[in-house]
Design a protein around this ligand. Structure first.
Ligand code: TRP
Length: 446
């Protein structure tokens, strides 16, 4: 059995070395596992929540698409697409919105952080909070549930969102599944051993700290960034402490054990920081050089990238379109055509339907059989009690009918004894037609 792995990349920035080591590289490695069925997508609807600069959105989508392909993602094996090319996602978002508790979304960390900030500043709690930000977890749940992902690798800040996707999926299953698991409940995957890279200043590498090393800048840009890595002031010749140097941590993320041991020995031996930076630059340039060339080739052919992503979207929609159809069915958004059929079938049944009416008379208990229009088909003989009459009506509905023409009427027999009589007819033809109607009325219904 293959495992479906799904993750999204929000398209608001340009990938840096930290994104590469922490997300892109491990995801591409995971996608090569023959047991893996990977779905990687550009979360460009999510990007709109955080960014209202169309040029930046567009540039980021292009750069991120080119980055993943340049880094070796095989778009034929994995399913690689833009969220905004899958119209089923916003549609599913609405279906999920309708079952998502507002209280659940009130507890989302990102929303709560905004509210707390507003309250602290003495503002309206919801100042500047859009419905996009508020509903962010529902859109993300749709991303995940749409493809019934088993595993969702994300950063720690996204754990709560995956848990919410589980909650929402479970609620939907409960309401509309009819005992069936419509949605697979996803599991979050946090890769403990992937590197969280330090940035130039030693804090976590992040766009928001402005301490990043660009992934696919020119070699010169890479060199300049490495030169800006903050080190201590130990002079050349003085021993350096590798375990308290984020330059060494960066080096570790891209080197073999032997390389690390050698570099450690050099630092302890007094290697100058300038030299150490040159070593790191060479290491990175070596790791990224080829991919950088592929990246620049791709980015100059945006039409090709468009084709690749549209093919990915078509592949994804081969799953999303029929599945959304099932979900629409499940919630009651169904074609009227089927509705009409059900109604006429119902009518046929009604035409067949006949009912027994029992009543008490001076001489005992009798029943009549009336057709759907209320016309009498049979009148029974008198029975000693209601129970005996009831048993006869039951047998008439379950056993083969034994009908006997009697002059201008007919009788129904059980065990050779007449138990009910038809009304009188003026002609034999009318009587025979009534016998036929009776057979139909009492025929077992599917
Ligand atoms: N919210 C995620 C992030 O900012 C991106 C994302 C969107 C995502 N949809 C997803 C991740 C679905 C995993 C699964 O990192």
């Amino acid at each position: 059995m293959t495992t479906r792995i799904l993750t999204g990349i929000t398209t608001t920035g340009t990938p840096h070395l930290g994104n590469y080591a922490g997300a892109i590289r491990p995801a591409i490695v995971a996608s090569r596992d023959p047991q893996a069925d990977s779905f990687y997508f550009l979360a460009d609807y999510h990007a709109l929540i955080k960014c209202d600069d169309p040029a930046r959105i567009q540039r980021s989508r292009l750069e991120i698409a080119a980055t993943w392909l340049a880094c070796g993602l095989d778009a034929d094996k994995a399913t690689f697409y833009r969220q905004s090319d899958i119209p089923e996602i916003p549609e599913l978002t609405w279906l999920l919105t309708c079952v998502s508790a507002k209280g659940l979304l009130n507890r989302a960390h990102a929303y709560k952080a905004s509210v707390d900030k507003n309250v602290e500043a003495g503002e309206d709690p919801d100042a500047g909070v859009t419905m996009g930000l508020y509903s962010y977890p529902v859109l993300m749940a749709a991303d995940i549930l749409m493809f019934n992902a088993h595993k969702v690798p994300v950063g720690r800040d996204q754990i709560q969102h995956v848990e919410m996707a589980r909650d929402i999926g479970q609620r939907f299953n409960h309401l509309f599944g009819n005992g069936k698991e419509l949605f697979t409940l996803p599991e979050v995957v946090i890769e403990e051993d992937v590197a969280t890279l330090p940035g130039l200043d030693g804090r976590k590498m992040s766009k928001s700290y402005d301490n990043t090393i660009p992934l696919f800048g020119s070699a010169k840009q890479l060199k300049d960034a490495v030169a800006r890595i903050v080190t201590d002031s130990r002079a050349p010749g003085e021993p350096k402490d590798p375990d308290n140097s984020h330059l060494f941590t960066l080096y570790q993320a891209f080197s073999t054990h032997e390389q690390q041991a050698a570099f450690r020995a050099e630092l302890l031996g007094g290697l100058a920081w300038g030299e150490a930076k040159q070593r790191l630059f060479e290491l990175l340039d070596n790791e990224l050089g080829e991919a950088r060339e592929r990246y620049h080739a791709l980015i100059t052919r945006p039409a090709d990238l468009e084709d690749i992503l549209l093919a990915g979207a078509a592949k994804a929609r081969r799953i999303a379109t029929p599945f959304l159809g099932e979900l629409r069915e499940a919630v009651g958004l169904r074609s009227f055509r089927e509705q009409v059929q059900v109604a006429t079938e119902g009518k046929k049944k009604a035409a067949k339907a006949a009912r027994f009416v029992s009543f008490r008379e001076d001489d005992g208990f009798r029943f009549r059989l009336l057709d759907a229009a209320g016309e009498q088909l049979l009148l029974s003989i008198a029975f000693a009690d209601g129970k005996a009459a009831g048993q006869v009506t039951k047998r008439l509905q379950s056993e083969a009918l034994d009908l006997h023409a009697e002059l201008n009427a007919f009788s129904v027999r059980l065990d050779g004894k007449a138990v009910a009589y038809s009304p009188e007819f003026s002609t034999d033809a009318e009587r025979d037609a009534a016998m036929q109607r009776l057979r139909e009325a009492l025929a077992p219904q599917e």
